[in-house]
Design a protein around this ligand. Structure first.
Ligand SMILES: Nc1ncnc2c1ncn2[C@@H]1O[C@H](COP(=O)(O)OP(=O)(O)OP(=O)(O)O)[C@@H](O)[C@H]1O
Ligand SMILES: [Mg+2]
Length: 458
């Protein structure tokens, strides 16, 4: 079968003879006399293509077209008319019709039009499913991660990106907080407006205040001109306040006000300014602890902790290491023209044993260095820094304060993971190699957080 069509025409003769001819060409054809019948038929079973006469008794083909565009955007619509005018043809294309044909129809013309519509639809479908697969496998906006925690985070980013909600991004240094902040901005309707980044920890308090809110001329020594400040620059866009945990008590008060009211005054100024800015904050400190210790205002903490995106450390998602390493490897090769294909197995194993205190940033540096130092077409164990090369397998797990079961989980996870990886996540092969049955493997994977939606060929 070449495809399914819905033919809408109020002229019985046209309907039946065209229907007949199309069936002979190998299409599956449904017939409808008017727009109403057509809409019911569409709801029952969605065809690949709709052929609709423009003039249908009281309604017209544009009703069907509009309905399809709105409810079934994947269905191609071709409008037919007995008295085609250029205007009408233009209007139908503008309204989203795939094509506009004038009756009497020439068979060959109709057939070619249908084939073009169907093949275009196929390309669109393939592209969107390919894109979905890529998104699912690699992540979002260059933020890479296949680990289930990362996948959950991508879903969260997608659902909050286009709101104005304040977002707090937390995670150890180098886990990708700044990257995530940028991804949120890029996936919001503010994407064409400024994304303004302020490293709050890098400036002393008085300078930070003028950096954020600006100052008027003469407000302090050296302030010869008026300066607008980052909040004003970010009007309509997003401001990203990094290292928020370092803000002084006085700064915290000012931030609370600007977050609550989006109002502030420039340093030394009296005029109140208002801005429309989305605020994203990041910290690698445990803010709740800073609150308990009295270093961070509780009211400010509540105000910024509306939506918390927590980035896992790299050691919590060891299964992402091969993917990330391959990504960085490709990038260095593209940048430098080096032709390195991958990592020797023992190099990869060492990387998965290491604890990565500097997280993804450290991994990126290690890969870059390895590629640049390496002589052959693979990064070898000896191309890695000693700290990684020399992690002895038995040293990676400490047993302090853990039960035997907990202490064994680390190595167990490691073993299962590496067998899964080397068998392209094929569970059957993995279970056989490990000498356990598949159900046991599934249970263990689930318990060890390894069931992150990987599809292996079974
Ligand atoms: N998931 C990821 N996918 C790809 N690259 C990543 C990922 N996470 C981090 N990186 C890379 O690692 C480096 C550090 O990321 P980023 O600056 O976003 O971390 P951070 O959490 O903001 O660090 P810091 O706490 O030091 O500010 C960047 O070069 C970034 O490109
Ligand atoms: Mg950062």
């Amino acid at each position: 079968m070449k495809g399914s069509l819905l033919l809408v025409d109020d002229d019985r003769q046209v309907r039946e003879s065209m229907g007949q001819w199309l069936r002979e060409q190998g299409y599956k054809v449904e017939l409808a006399v008017d727009a109403e019948t057509a809409l019911t038929a569409l709801g029952r079973k969605t065809p690949d293509l709709v052929l609709a006469d423009v003039r249908l008794g009281e309604d017209d083909g544009f009703t069907v077209l509009e309905f399809c565009r709105k409810n079934y955007p994947q269905v191609a619509v071709v409008l037919l008319s007995g008295y085609g005018t250029v205007d009408m043809a233009m209007e139908s294309i503008r309204s989203g019709a795939f094509d506009f044909l004038t009756k009497p129809l020439i068979d060959a013309e109709l057939e070619i039009c249908i084939q073009r519509a169907l093949s275009q639809r196929k390309v669109l479908e393939e592209n969107s499913s390919l894109k979905k697969q890529l998104d699912l496998r690699y992540g979002l906006d260059n933020v890479i991660g296949r680990d289930h925690r990362m996948q959950r985070m991508f879903d969260m980013i997608d659902s909050i990106a286009d709101t104005k909600a304040t977002v707090l991004v937390t995670g150890e240094s180098g886990t990708g907080k700044s990257m995530v902040a940028r991804a949120i901005h890029r996936r919001s309707a503010r994407r064409d407006k400024p994304f303004v980044e302020v490293a709050c920890g890098a400036l002393p308090e008085n300078l930070l205040e003028s950096e954020l809110f600006g100052h008027v001329a003469g407000s302090f020594t050296g302030a010869t001109h008026e300066k607008p400040g980052k909040f004003m620059q970010a009007d309509g866009g997003t401001i990203f306040l990094d290292e928020i945990g370092t803000a002084s008590p006085a700064m915290q008060v000012k931030l609370l006000r600007v977050l609550q009211e989006l109002e502030f005054e420039q340093v030394g100024g009296t005029k109140t300014h208002r801005v429309d800015t989305r605020v994203i904050l990041a910290t690698n400190e445990e803010l709740s602890e800073a609150v308990a210790a009295g270093r961070f205002r509780q009211d400010l903490y509540y105000r910024i902790n509306v939506i918390n995106i927590e980035l896992p450390s790299l050691r919590e998602r060891l299964s992402d290491i091969p993917l990330l390493a391959a990504h960085f490897l490709k990038r260095v090769c593209d940048d430098t023209g080096k032709a390195v294909r991958g990592f020797a197995a023992d190099a990869l194993t060492a990387m998965q044993r290491y604890r990565w205190p500097g997280n993804v940033r450290e991994l990126q540096n290690v890969v870059e260095r390895g590629v640049l130092l390496g002589k052959g077409d693979m990064v070898q164990l000896e191309d890695l820094p000693p700290a990684i090369r020399n992690v002895a397998p038995s040293n990676t797990q400490t047993t302090d304060g853990q039960t035997l079961k907990q202490a064994l989980e680390g190595p167990e996870r490691q073993i299962i993971l590496s067998v899964l990886e080397s068998n392209h996540w094929n569970r059957h092969a993995t279970a056989t190699l490990l000498g356990i049955n598949r159900t046991t493997l599934y249970k263990k994977m689930k318990r060890l957080g390894l069931d992150d939606g990987q599809e292996g060929a079974e």
